[in-house]
Design a protein around this ligand. Structure first.
Ligand code: SAM
Length: 419
């Protein structure tokens, strides 16, 4: 049982790199691989991280020596807790309960069936993500140690879900281990091989597929942002959805009454899924929608040549994007994309550009956008405004930049004048 784990164990003390200690104290919960982590014992579940100089105890960590680069994750900085014999099981129950109580108070299930119930580090449950999709629970381990204590963790999780979400009737639970190897399959506790089903987000039906492909058909970290986009989408009549995937932003735009929605993606498969999603929503007017199966760069060249303009544009490239021939980072790709985006943005329009990586900071992304804009004929005419961040059920932990991976900026023309 995990309840006795701490008490029965003689905890190993491991010296930490001075930089790790500094960052732990600032709220960063990871110990990444360095010369110090090479000396961590492999068999221990918990470790006490210490300062080598003065032998002071700094943090209670969970060991993850099998992980490629995150060798341990913070459990507690409160020395009293581990010195007085922390009951890990009780602590786990409390943390899971806190995470679920927070989601329950947000009342998100009233407007969408896809919600993150536990968001790893930001819920002090490092490397553990849990999301519900209608009646299917998806558990994702980003840290290997969760797998080791799975038989103890799952009953706690199910019991707490019953307490905080009595309305949920979970039919199956899927477990996916992320980032450990190339095997992207997920396993179901019921032994199901695959699951296809329809799920509702903001009144719209989406066809989801568990265990068919790596992605299941909807990005739930974008759900709150879709809602936040509502007033901007409603200001105009048209939407260009670039890197549209299965079309969640496009369907949402159509549901708000937009009469010209254009979706662009390089993948014919995802555009077929988009098409299916449209058929699952007979209330939407399909004649107001067009799909373009091209790289966004090529699609923009064509849209400019045809003198198209849009009142809203959403550009959400994957961190590394391919046009079928070459691969480039989204950060670099904006050098070509952004000038063209300004070209097809109407004078009163709003453009939302995203970057999907923690490796580039908000300031660096904004600087890059400013620098690109300064090279266009629209220099001095453009505002870079509001930031669109991960929020609601998936808001990141403060000072944990790896968790703050999604960055969006709203761009428009000053005083709605474009010359
Ligand atoms: C991060 S997903 C976008 C998610 C979408 N914003 C949503 O909320 O549903 C990225 C998409 O970009 C597409 N893609 C990748 N490279 C591309 C390119 N060069 N041109 C067009 N689409 C591309 C992929 O097929 C994938 O569907």
């Amino acid at each position: 049982m995990i309840s006795g784990l701490l008490l029965s164990q003689n905890l190993s003390k491991v010296p930490l790199h001075p930089a790790s200690i500094k960052y732990l104290k600032l709220g960063h919960p990871w110990i990444t691989e360095d010369s110090f982590t090479k000396r961590f014992p492999q068999k221990d579940f918990f470790l006490i991280g210490i300062d080598e100089k003065n032998r002071q105890e700094i943090a209670l960590l969970i060991n993850d020596h099998e992980h490629k680069n995150v060798k341990a994750r913070l459990w507690s900085l409160n020395k009293d807790e581990w010195r007085n014999g922390l009951n890990f099981q009780e602590d786990l129950v409390q943390r899971i309960s806190n995470a679920l109580a927070k989601r329950s108070s947000l009342k998100l299930l009233t407007e969408r069936e896809n919600v993150y119930l536990i968001n790893a580090e930001s819920d002090l449950l490092p490397g553990l993500q849990v999301a519900i999709f209608k009646d299917q629970l998806l558990i994702q381990y980003y840290a290997l140690f969760w797998k080791k204590i799975e038989p103890e963790v799952l009953p706690i999780l199910f019991q707490q879900i019953k307490i905080h979400f009595p309305e949920l009737n979970i039919q199956d639970t899927w477990i996916q281990e992320r980032n450990f190897n190339q095997d992207k399959k997920i396993r179901s506790l019921n032994g199901s091989i695959q699951k296809d089903f329809i799920m509702v987000e903001f009144g719209l039906n989406y066809h989801l597929r568990f265990n068919d492909y790596y992605d299941i058909g909807i990005y739930t970290d974008m759900s709150a942002i879709r809602k936040q986009m509502t007033p901007y989408l409603q200001k105009g009549n048209s939407l260009l959805n670039l890197f549209c995937y299965t079309g969640a932003f496009s369907l949402y735009g159509l549901s708000l009454g937009l009469e010209n929605v254009v979706s662009v993606d390089l993948s014919p498969k995802y555009l077929t899924w988009l098409d299916e999603n449209l058929s699952h929503n007979p209330s939407l007017d399909r004649t107001h929608h067009t799909s373009i199966c091209l790289s966004c760069e090529k699609a923009l060249v064509k849209l400019i040549a045809d003198k198209n303009e849009f009142d809203s544009i959403i550009c959400d490239p994957p961190s590394a994007s391919s046009d079928g021939q070459s691969t480039s980072s989204a950060f670099k790709a904006y050098e070509k994309l952004l000038p063209m985006l300004l070209e097809v943005l109407s004078s009163k329009g709003t453009l939302l550009v995203f970057l999907n990586t923690h490796t580039i900071s908000w300031n660096k992304f904004e600087e890059k956008l400013n620098q690109i804009i300064s090279t266009t004929k629209y220099a001095n005419q453009v505002n870079i405004g509001k930031r669109f961040k991960l929020q609601e059920d998936c808001s990141p932990l403060k000072n944990f930049h790896e968790g703050d991976y999604l960055k969006g900026f709203l761009i428009d023309f000053k005083n709605s004048i474009k010359r």
